[in-house]
Write a protein that binds this ligand. Structure first.
Ligand code: 5GP
Ligand code: ZN
Length: 116
């Protein structure tokens, strides 16, 4: 299912501009429009799932595959050995601003902890 008003659904279906670097039958990855690191990629399910909070037990393999795709893209982008961070913001206090589940892949610079 896709939502016409959702910017990520539109990117997935080629209806809005986006630098898509990976796509398969259930997952798409594209570069973040406001990168917070030299490598900043968003890995998203093709199906419109609003947030982690909306996942079902049946989505376990999908969410697992999203992490495996992130790992492959980290290798491709040359940040596998230097390290990278995977982030999913869920809900307003975590800073989720787009209501289509997305896994951030960030790398290419040193990062601090804890995040802000
Ligand atoms: P969140 O804050 O929800 O965890 O992350 C949303 C991310 O989506 C942000 O890093 C933001 O820069 C990115 N973003 C928002 N709108 C667009 C867009 O139209 N295209 C792309 N490629 N990224 C977007
Ligand atoms: Zn969507």
């Amino acid at each position: 299912m896709s939502q016409i008003s959702c910017i990520f659904c539109r990117i997935i279906h080629g209806q809005a501009p986006g630098e898509v670097i990976y796509q398969d039958e259930e997952i798409t990855a594209f570069r973040d429009i406001h990168p917070q690191a030299p490598v900043h990629i968003l890995i998203v399910p093709n199906r419109h799932i609003p947030a982690v909070a909306a996942l079902h037990p049946d989505d376990a393999s999908l969410i697992g595959r999203m992490i495996l795709v992130a790992r492959e893209l980290a290798k491709r982008e040359g940040i596998a050995s230097t390290g990278y961070r995977l982030v999913i913001n869920n809900g307003p206090q975590a800073g989720q601003s787009i209501d289509h589940l997305h896994l951030h892949l960030l790398g290419g610079r040193t990062m601090r902890w804890p995040p802000g």
